[in-house]
Design a protein around this ligand. Structure first.
Ligand code: KG4
Ligand code: ZN
Length: 334
């Protein structure tokens, strides 16, 4: 079945056509129109600007996605769309666009939860992956440990109580003068810095909870930077990035390991924009190896927001009988 899908929850407008359910999935097109250069001017995503930019982009990238895939709307078996969570104005653009196409052409409409979409990116890159498994999802808006019991059966067993992992990367980067979103640049700096130069507090909450708090860690790094600034001392960017990254990664691995020991998963998955982080990927690979559990992580092209991952989850939702009508609404909540 060919799935046409849309993603517009934050600052990327994306449309994709993916062949699902006939052997290994095939991404026929996955067009991503990023708004990052626009939001960079403001140091973060401006919701109103995001909504407008989605409206400007969505029609054009839909034609592009269909053309690149070499198909027309007549070939599409279902239309998937991110319906929640995200910026409400941004989500509404994708939802209304998908709804108009689906209703006018009589194509089934399937809502997708954004985080479930991130997880489903792994079905596209690893055709051997089947539930059940344990997933660590880290993005600009979410950080969760999720047991995936089946394609449409998820249970969040841990997560952040305040800032998301990507948000912490971006906020620390911003104070260091790195343009939004600073996660990828922090990754590069961390590779050349000394991870043991500075001690920062862990983001893994004490005890047997599977929860994190990235806000305290973020504040500790920002205070460290402000302190040096007040004394007019230069700060070692690379060492701060490396020490911060080491703390983030060890915090994530601590709770991931605790979840492994608690739930005994036979497979592990990472997903979300921050799963592009080379240090996090290496640490997860090492932990998976230590525990003898196979790990799936998407290629860099499928870590960030894209519609191909939404198409993958839309297919499984469709197979589970999940449908939406013309009354489909978007929601900012999980
Ligand atoms: O999943 P995503 O594209 O959007 C959301 O759903 O939020 O994730 C974006 C986040 C941003 O915070 C960005 O800085 C972060 O992922 N990110 C990274 C890296 N690449 C992207 N964080 C750390 N290291 C990276 N290499
Ligand atoms: Zn995302």
């Amino acid at each position: 079945m060919l799935v046409l899908a849309f993603e517009s929850s934050c600052d990327e407008t994306s449309a994709a056509v993916v062949r699902m359910g006939e052997g290994a999935p095939v991404i026929l097109s996955n067009i991503v129109a990023t708004q990052i250069p626009v939001h960079r001017l403001y140091g973060g995503v401006v919701p109103e600007i995001a909504s407008r930019a989605h409206i400007e982009a969505i029609s054009g990238i839909t034609y592009e996605a269909l053309e690149k895939a070499g198909v027309t709307l007549d070939d599409i078996g279902c239309i998937g769309v991110t319906a929640h969570p995200g910026l409400i104005g941004a989500l509404l653009v994708g939802v209304n666009f998908a709804k108009s196409l689906a209703v006018s052409r009589g194509i089934p409409l399937v809502p997708v939860q954004h985080i479930e979409g991130h997880i489903a990116a792994n079905y596209l890159s690893d055709p051997t992956l089947v539930p059940p498994y344990l997933a660590l999802v880290a993005s600009g808006g979410h950080t969760s440990l999720i047991t995936v019991r089946d394609y449409t059966d998820f249970e969040t067993v841990g997560g952040t109580r305040d800032d998301a992992m990507g948000e912490a990367f971006d906020k620390v980067a911003r104070v260091m003068g790195i343009p939004y979103p600073g996660g990828a640049e922090m990754d590069r700096l961390a590779s050349v810095g000394n991870p043991d130069a500075i001690r920062f507090p862990t983001a893994a909450l004490p005890g047997d909870t599977l929860d994190f708090s990235f806000s305290g860690l973020k504040t500790a790094v920002i205070n460290y930077l402000h302190n040096l600034e007040q004394k007019e001392l230069p700060f070692p960017k690379e060492d701060v990035a490396a020490s911060f990254t080491k703390t983030v990664v060890s915090s994530a691995m601590k709770k991931l390991d605790l979840a492994i020991l608690r739930y005994h998963p036979t497979r592990l998955v990472m997903a979300g924009g921050v799963s592009a982080n080379s240090h996090l990927r290496k640490a997860a690979e090492a932990l998976a190896k230590k525990r003898g559990i196979p790990l799936s992580v998407p290629p860099l092209s499928l870590c960030g927001d894209n519609a191909a991952m939404i198409a993958a989850q839309a297919y499984y939702n469709y197979m589970a009988g999940i449908r939406a009508g013309a009354d489909l609404n978007a929601s900012p909540n999980d």
